[in-house]
Design a protein around this ligand. Structure first.
Ligand code: RFL
Ligand code: PHB
Length: 397
C-alpha cells in the first residue's frame, strides 16, 4: 500500500454541514488556516432539506461575517408566531414582547451561501472523503486520517473540531470511559413536506390538535413547508399527497381560513430525539453542533445551536493564536453544555406543550396542555418567556 500523504493545518474540521463550513469561514476571516473534510459530495450537502428558522443573533453574526446579502434580500423577517389550539389562533408578537425577531431562510440556503463564500475565498471543503479517523487527541500531535480519490492522507493539526453531526465519528474518538450521553426518544416523528404554494399564513402556525401536532412554515413567498406529527418510522408511501393535505386541513382548520394546496415536491419523515454528549472537549478535540447535541425541532433550535457553538470556538481559537489565552477554549465545554441544556429545556417544553401523547393519561394530559396554552396566551410574562427563548439565547462571539 502506498504511504499516506502528509498534510498539515492548524484546525482540522470534520464535517461540511453548516457548523463545519461556518467555523471554517470564520477562522479563515480571522487568518487561521483550516481544512474541512466532508463525507458526502457537495450537491448532497446542499440538497438536504432541514431547518428553516434563524434566530436574531444568528442573523446578526452571518451578516457581520459577509453572509447576509441573500439572507436579507430573500429571507423573510418574522416578528412573531401563531399558537393554535381549541379552534383559535393566537399571535405571539416577539417584536412587541422582546424587541427581537427571527428570519425564515432555509438551512440549504445558508449552506449554499457558505459554499459560495468558500469558493470565493479559495478554501473549498474536501468532499467525498472516507475512512475518517481522529487520532492523537491526547498527544501534542493530533491528526485526522482519511482517504480521498483512492489516496490515503494524514492531516496533522493543532486542533480537531468534530462537526460531523449525530452520525459522525469524531465523538467516538473520546474514550468511552470519559463520555456520558443523555438521550431521549419520542414516540412520534414529523412528516415534512415542501410544496409549490404561497404560504397560507404570514407567520408560522404551531397547532395542537387531538389528532396530533401540525406546523405551517414556509421557505419563500411561493414555497410552503408543512409538518405533521406521525408515529415514528411511518412509511411515507402510506401518505399520498391528498392524505397529507386532508390531515393538515383537519389539524390547522380555522373558521374563515383556507389552507392553499399545491404540488408537493419533497416529503420525508424525521424521528424526534433529544441527545447530549458530554464533555464537548477532550484534549485537542472539540465537538460542535449535532455531533454534540440534538433537540426535537419544535423550538427551531438545532441549527442555531450549531452556529452558537462555532461562534464561541472561533473566539477561543483566535484568543489562543493571537493572545496565547486559552480561557475560552478551556471553558468551551462547560459554557456550551449549559447553553445546550437550556435549549433542551425550551425544546422539550415546546414539544410537550404542542404534541399529542399516547398512554393511559392521554385524555387528561391533552386537557392540561389546553390549560397550559390558555395561560400562556393570556399572560404577557409567559408570552415574553416564549418570545425570549424562541428568538434565541445570546450568541457569544
Ligand atoms: P449536520 O447538518 O448533520 O452536518 C454534519 C456533516 O458532517 C458530515 N459527516 C461526515 N464528514 C466526514 N466524515 C464523517 N465520518 C462524517 N459523518 C458525517 C455529514 O455528511 C454532514 O454534512 O450537522 P451540523 O453542521 O451540526 O448542523 C446541525 C443542523 O443540521 C441541525 O441541527 C438542524 O437541521 C436541526 N433543525 C432545525 N434547526 C434549527 O435551528 N431551526 C429549525 O427550524 C430546524 N428545523 C431541523 C429542523 C432538523 C430537521 N431534521 C431533518 C433533523 C427540521 C428538521 C425536519
Ligand atoms: C421549518 O421551517 O423547517 C421549521 C420551522 C419551525 C420549526 C421547525 C422547522 O420549529
Amino acid at each position: 500500500m502506498a504511504p499516506r500523504s502528509s498534510l498539515t493545518t492548524r484546525v482540522a474540521i470534520v464535517g461540511g454541514g453548516p457548523a463545519g463550513l461556518l467555523l471554517s469561514h470564520l477562522l479563515h476571516r480571522s487568518g487561521i488556516d483550516n481544512v474541512v473534510l466532508e463525507l458526502r459530495d457537495r450537491d448532497y450537502t446542499v440538497q438536504r432539506v432541514r431547518a428553516g428558522v434563524l434566530e436574531h443573533d444568528a442573523v446578526a453574526l452571518l451578516t457581520e461575517e459577509g453572509l447576509g446579502d441573500r439572507l436579507r434580500s430573500e429571507g423573510l423577517r418574522h416578528d412573531g408566531i401563531y399558537l393554535q389550539f381549541a379552534g383559535e389562533r393566537h399571535h405571539i408578537d416577539f417584536a412587541e414582547l422582546v424587541g427581537r425577531h427571527v428570519w425564515i431562510y432555509g438551512q440549504q440556503e445558508v449552506v449554499k451561501d457558505l459554499i459560495a463564500a468558500h469558493d470565493a475565498n479559495g478554501t473549498p471543503a474536501r468532499y467525498e472523503v472516507t475512512g475518517v479517523e481522529v487520532v492523537g487527541i491526547d498527544s501534542d500531535a493530533p491528526a485526522v486520517l482519511f482517504s480521498q480519490g483512492g489516496e490515503e492522507f494524514e492531516l496533522g493539526c493543532d486542533f480537531v473540531v468534530g462537526a460531523d453531526g449525530f452520525h459522525g465519528v469524531s465523538r467516538l474518538a473520546i474514550p468511552k470511559s470519559d463520555r456520558t450521553t443523555y438521550e431521549r426518544e419520542y414516540d412520534f416523528g414529523w412528516l415534512g413536506i415542501l410544496a409549490h404554494t404561497p404560504p397560507s399564513s404570514d407567520e408560522l402556525v404551531y397547532a395542537l390538535h387531538e389528532r396530533g401536532f401540525a406546523l405551517l412554515s414556509m421557505r419563500s413567498p411561493t414555497v410552503s413547508r408543512l409538518y405533521l406529527q406521525v408515529p415514528p418510522g411511518e412509511n411515507i408511501a402510506d401518505w399520498p399527497d391528498d392524505r397529507i393535505w386532508d390531515e393538515l386541513d383537519t389539524r390547522l382548520a380555522l373558521p374563515g381560513w383556507t389552507l392553499e394546496r399545491g404540488e408537493i415536491f419533497d416529503k420525508s419523515v424525521t424521528p424526534m430525539r433529544s441527545f447530549v454528549s458530554t464533555p464537548m472537549r477532550h484534549g485537542s478535540l472539540f465537538l460542535a453542533g449535532d455531533a454534540a447535541h440534538i433537540v426535537p425541532p419544535t423550538g427551531a433550535k438545532g441549527l442555531n445551536s450549531a452556529i452558537a457553538d462555532v461562534a464561541l470556538l472561533r473566539r477561543g481559537l483566535v484568543d489562543h493564536y493571537e493572545r496565547q489565552d486559552d480561557a475560552v477554549l478551556d471553558s468551551y465545554s462547560e459554557t456550551q453544555l449549559s447553553r445546550s441544556w437550556q435549549t433542551q429545556y425550551f425544546s422539550t417544553w415546546m414539544t410537550r406543550m404542542l404534541h399529542t401523547f399516547s398512554g393511559p393519561d392521554a385524555v387528561f394530559d391533552h386537557q392540561v396542555q389546553l390549560g397550559q396554552l390558555a395561560q400562556l396566551v393570556g399572560s404577557a410574562h409567559a408570552k415574553a418567556h416564549l418570545a425570549e427563548f424562541y428568538t434565541g439565547l445570546p450568541i457569544t462571539r
